[in-house]
Design a protein around this ligand. Structure first.
Ligand code: K1U
Ligand code: ZN
Length: 182
């Protein structure tokens, strides 16, 4: 009998648009690394790069699991750094804050200033089941906190004032109506 090598077939997954109840739910922890989880991670990275984005959390593709991917390398002369974080947790944050005009693939073309800790130490499990830890700063710190918020059902617009949040939500409802009409 002929043996076939396992070749992962990656797939783009549709990204949910706010408002959607699946984006407001706390995601479930991951208990074991399976081939299905590796495929999910590959799909998430492909979907993130295709969007394009610098991060993506599983709830954004309708999967209620605590997995995020990110790659905040923007420079052409630096190699990409695709990261997959399972059960990520912020274990320390700096007192110093930084403000970044954030966007979100689930809230297309809308931006708002969000103040977050400038540095964050995060622990997580990698796809080999190893426990990892890293202190992030700059855009990486902003992005990892934004993505972990997604796992807790929180969006960057939750940090904005009620009027701006409502205006963005109404724009997204209109966008979804137009998309549904085709
Ligand atoms: O989680 C997401 O929706 C992805 C989001 C991550 C993020 C952006 C900005 C601040 C914090 C977290 C995005 O990737 S939005 C797209 C984006 O920022 C970008 C796209 C292409 C090049 C550079 C940035
Ligand atoms: Zn987002």
């Amino acid at each position: 009998m002929q043996a076939f090598a396992y070749v992962p077939i990656m797939a783009l997954r549709p990204i949910l648009i706010h408002p959607d109840p699946r984006l407001k739910k706390r995601a479930d922890p991951i208990s074991e690394v399976t081939d299905a989880l590796r495929t999910l991670a590959d799909d998430m990275l492909e979907t993130m790069y295709d969007a394009p984005g610098i991060g993506l959390a599983a709830p954004q593709i309708g999967v209620s699991k605590r997995i995020i991917v990110m790659d905040c390398v923007k420079e052409d002369d630096i190699p990409p750094r695709p990261m997959v974080l399972l059960n990520p947790e912020v274990v320390w944050t700096s007192e110093k804050n930084s403000t970044y005009e954030e966007g979100c693939l689930s809230i297309p073309e809308q931006f708002g200033d969000v103040i977050r800790p400038a540095e964050a130490e995060v622990t997580w499990m990698n796809l080999d089941g190893e426990q990892m830890s890293e202190k992030f700063d700059g855009l990486w710190a902003t992005c990892v906190q934004h993505e972990i918020d997604h796992l807790d059902g929180k969006l960057f617009i939750d940090y904005l004032g009620p009027l701006k949040r409502q205006m963005i939500t109404r724009k997204m409802q209109k966008l979804k109506r137009e998309k549904a009409r085709g």
